[in-house]
Design a protein around this ligand. Sequence first.
Ligand code: CTP
Length: 394
Amino acid sequence: MLKGKNVLLGISGSIAAYKSAVLCRELIKNGAKVKVVMTPDSANFVTPLTLSTLSKNPVYSEYSDAKTGAWNNHVELAKWADFFLLAPATQNTIAKMANGICDNLLLATYFSMENETFFAPAMDLDMFKHPANQQNIQKLESFGNVLIPSENGELASGLIGEGRMAEVENIIKVISTKDTSWKGKKVLITAGPTYEAIDPVRFIGNHSSGKMGYALAEKALKKGAEVCLISGPTTLSPPKGANLINVKSAAEMLTAVREHKADLYICAAAVADYTVANPANEKLKKKTESMSIELVPTVDILAEIGANKQKGEFVVGFALETNNEEENARAKMIRKNCDMIVLNSLQNKGAGFGGDTNQITVFHKDNKRTAFELKSKFAVAQDIIDTIQSKWLG
Ligand code: CTP
């Protein structure tokens, strides 16, 4: 996988930078061509001479060469690279990447990357688990960057815990076995809420944030799939590479779904079950007497997809239940002809709408179930994608 690849190795200032020299050598041994870009601080931990000797290329850390005035073109460096591997990724550099701060050549190169970025965090355990750092890591994942998880072990401080940069062999494993098994597959995901207009300024909506559907789109893209994300109104940025179709109402979502065929359908949207029978063309005026609005049922998009399912296609539904969860979720799966259904239980603290965490149980057609712990929505999305992979493609 690494043979003939152009790897841009980024190094930021952590004691783990000493491992970057070994990493550089291993990349080359595996057939890659390596150029190195360093933050100014990282030179305190490993010398540019070591890395230029190992990579057989000049090492970049300043925008221009002080002696010759030659400009180090970050855009050219980014274009050269088949991928950017930041190892070690310090808390500081991760935070800057997550927040658009561009105050050195390494960061300018990162922001110019069109191909994939992998990052291997390295820091002390308390820094690692700080919510600010965790949020920044999640933010990078939401940009499509691939996290190479840090490992548990002895840290530079002498403490033992999570935050240690992944071992070189594990980094090589992650970048060389990147799973693109969904290449050529079309995935359709519905996400977010729907808004049913009452009049030109009012609507009936719900609290869905769309986070789950967007995280699923992200993970499916990483597996190489072609992703069509049909989304109700959200404040989220779409994952890079997704074909985003914005809709408002359940009827618009249905039309968009009917226009896009797929191999895998994941219905994560919180679609309104009822819409307003006769929305007003003008803003409704306040009156003293009470009012009622006639509601009519919407088409169940998931049920329609299930009813038209072709051989080889796989359909995933979601169920949000407050009581008789398992029974209701299984009944929904059968009624809508899904291959699996993901249950969000509102009885679990930290699960459901809006927040960043979720706790799910997946029910399968073969009567089996898989229960997961409370996790970030990104980690939950990975569990769902992995479960789909095993049931759909074996
Ligand atoms: N769904 C859909 N179109 C609708 C309603 C629901 O595609 N008009 C999908 C959702 O995206 C989700 C699943 O159906 O995947 C479950 O939705 P839910 O509202 O929980 O189920 P309902 O069948 O509407 O049942 P109830 O509201 O009575 O629990």
